[in-house]
Design a protein around this ligand. Sequence first.
Ligand code: ZN
Length: 134
Amino acid sequence: MPSKTFSVQTRGTFDLFEVTDKIEKIVRGSKVKEGMCFVFTPHTTACLIMNERESGFLEDFKKTILRLIPREGNYEHNRLGEGNANAHIISSIIKPYLVLPIENSSLNLGTWQNLFFLELDGPRTRNVSVQIFK
Ligand code: ZN
């Protein structure tokens, strides 16, 4: 099945943007009852995460990631002048894709699982593609 792509306009250097509904809509539109949903973002300074939509947690997540891998640092990649080495590192660790189960024509997520696009070097316009496998 060909992939479907949508774009996300991020607002800050570091930004979380919920994409659960956009992906669920594509899954329902595919008419696939049981299968797999592959969500992919073709960028080296962004990634995708799955977790709880709770403002305290989302703030904790941001603070923790940036404490572990801060924007400022003695990174070799920053000699190019973009200053986004930490964004490349975080994207490499977290990964720019998710694989999700489809059951009964919908995403079979846990009650507290929501899907987020994680911008690490914005603001930018980003693409997310969704491919469904039967
Ligand atoms: Zn770079």
